[in-house]
Design a binder for this molecule. Structure first.
Ligand code: FES
Length: 579
């Protein structure tokens, strides 16, 4: 909601006026170069310059429709009296980027902040959706703190194979296990490959992309309902155009991220993350995003909110349906209306109304997809925080996606020192493993991975798959895809690569998992752990230069959000001088 104390901006108060307005040599240069591009003064003079930050490239399958959406956003900006300019920024393709898209989240955040600062941009449209693009764009725009609106990529259509509905990621893992167990031939496997991703848009399960876009909408950074619209739906184009119109007004109102992002807004976002059965990745991103707004989110806040929030989105991987069903059932506005009593409804949003005003009267059309509060998927939220001598700074688990029988478990550790070791041995027929073993992966965290890859859903050994085993307790300092499932303890902090207790686990050590008691315990005495620590040496850091060196030097641990220390703190950077 616009601050009533703020007066409506006049064109000479726009940032861009400093570039385009003055009668001096520098401004002459800026204006003449706009004319070089074919614009006349009527196109831009006295108008807010709107930067459309597009995370499109030809290796990001989730954003293939962005060139068209940019045109639709531009249409809205022109209609409302703004001057739109497209600013391509790095695309974080979850599918293709290695070692992981997470490794580059902070680079996109840095780029976002700096392009918004260095160019004559008065307001920004942030066009993203594939997993890390959402937190990165929001982190950068929050630090730049100019008016900004988010346009979510939208989920792709449901997958289909021989009449069976397929969900991104979730069903790939599921059918791969069947293939490894010998239950699926190559022809069937190719059929799944053909049908699992069949339109533009991001993963359509409640993975990280869907979660983070629901979070962005709940924070108040998108138009109401924007995050649920399938990418291929005509309503998605209309939402893009409306967002273009709205950002122009936001510039006049001077409605900035700092007016919208508050501790209460982040509590709302955590509540929704829990109610939708959101991705575990959201915890890391929310901590980092909040920190950019100067708000501290301790891990325990997630557990507190989780305890009082039922999971009511019946979506894979926790539930049954997919994002297209969610949209048809009423989408996020319907869900927000249903959990309204748990939300701070007076929080402002980009359209100038409160969250409560936006969702008031929003219907739910299908109680199977958005469940009634009295019939939730789970009475507690999607993510629990565990602590113990194995994770002094905490770790996370998604119990709704785990086998309930394993939530209290004691078993002997089977340790893999890194992913290469896991890959080399996991399917060895002689591997000393049973269904009761606890698979432990070391050195897959923020610095160990590096970039905390999504390796946390460790594969079940092939010989156990053939015996019918489909879930085991798995522990790592890695993340897992929001589309994954299983009894996977993730984000163990501190990570093994910096000498966290995870680095000291040995084969055969008994590990106790007690999810209801929020405990993860290594049954090894403190004295033995101290002895082991003396023999521990940190892994070699292979990067001596470049971005990877910067990452290794600056990335914080999982419980701190994995942002770079130098982006996380410090005084606001001033506007650039123009001489
Ligand atoms: Fe882009 Fe899943 S690969 S959202």
């Amino acid at each position: 909601m616009p601050d009533s104390k703020k007066t409506r901006k006049t064109p000479d108060q726009f940032r861009s006026f400093r570039w385009l307005g003055p009668d001096d040599l520098r401004s002459f240069g800026h204006r003449s170069r706009l004319k070089q591009m074919g614009y006349s003064a009527d196109d831009y003079a006295g108008k807010p310059v709107i930067g459309i930050l597009s995370t499109w490239n030809e290796l990001n399958p989730c954003h293939t429709h962005f060139p068209q959406r940019v045109q639709e956003i531009k249409r809205g900006v022109w209609q409302a009296g703004g001057f739109p300019v497209e600013i391509p920024v790095m695309s974080l393709s979850e599918t293709f980027m290695k070692p992981s898209a997470m490794f580059y989240r902070n680079l996109l955040a840095l780029e976002t902040e700096e392009v918004l600062r260095c160019y004559p941009i008065d307001g920004a449209v942030l066009l993203g959706g594939c997993d890390k693009t959402t937190p990165a764009l929001i982190m950068g725009a929050t630090s730049a703190d100019i008016p900004a609106i988010f346009v979510p990529a939208g989920p792709m259509l449901k997958g289909n194979w021989q009449g069976t509905t397929l969900g991104s990621g979730t069903d790939a893992w599921k059918y791969w296990a069947e293939r490894c167990a010998g239950h699926l031939d190559e022809c069937a496997w190719r059929g799944i490959e053909d049908g699992i991703a069949r339109s533009m848009g991001h993963c359509m399960t409640m993975g990280t992309a869907s979660t983070m876009l629901c979070v962005a909408e709940t924070l108040g950074l998108t138009l109401p309902g924007a995050s649920s619209i399938p990418a291929a739906h005509a309503a998605h184009s209309r939402m893009a155009e409306l967002s273009g119109r709205r950002i122009v007004e936001m510039v006049f109102e001077d409605l900035k991220p700092s007016d919208i992002l508050s501790p209460r807004a982040f509590d709302n976002a955590i509540t929704v993350d829990m109610a939708i059965g959101g991705s575990t990745n959201a915890i890391i991103h929310l901590i980092a995003m909040a920190a950019r707004a100067g708000i501290s989110l301790p891990l325990d806040r997630f557990d507190e909110i989780s305890q009082r929030t039922p999971v009511i989105a019946n979506l894979r991987p926790s539930g049954q349906y997919l994002m297209e069903d969610f949209y048809d059932a009423g989408g996020l506005p319907g869900l927000l209306q249903r959990i309204g009593a748990s939300l701070h409804l007076d929080c402002p949003t980009v359209n100038g109304k409160t969250l409560g005003q936006n969702v008031q009267g929003s219907p739910v059309y299908n109680d199977e997809v958005i469940l009634p509060l009295q019939k939730p998927l789970s009475t507690a939220g999607a993510t629990f925080i565990l602590r113990g001598n194995l994770a002094p700074q905490g770790c996370v688990i998604k119990p709704t996606a785990a086998d309930a029988k394993l939530l209290k478990h004691v078993g002997p550790a089977l340790v893999f020192k890194d992913y290469a070791d896991l890959k080399a041995r996991i399917d060895d027929e002689k591997l000393d493993v049973t269904a009761d073993s606890v698979l432990v992966l070391q050195n897959a965290g923020p610095l160990g991975g590096p970039g905390m890859p999504e390796w946390g859903m460790l594969p079940i050994p092939r010989k156990l798959l053939r015996q019918g085993v489909r879930d085991m307790v798995r522990i790592s300092d890695a993340r897992m895809s929001g589309t994954s499932y299983g009894t996977c303890v993730l984000h163990v902090s501190p990570e093994a690569a910096v000498g966290g207790p995870l680095a000291l686990v040995k084969d055969g050590d008994l590990i106790e998992l007690d999810v209801p008691g929020r405990r993860i315990h290594l049954r090894v005495s403190d004295a033995d752990l101290a002895r082991r620590r003396q023999g521990w040496a940190p892994p070699q850091k292979p990067y001596a230069r470049g971005y990877a060196w910067l990452f290794a030097a600056q990335c914080t641990q999982a419980h701190e959000g994995c942002d770079f220390k130098f982006l996380h703190a410090g005084r606001a950077t001033p506007e650039p001088d123009i001489y």
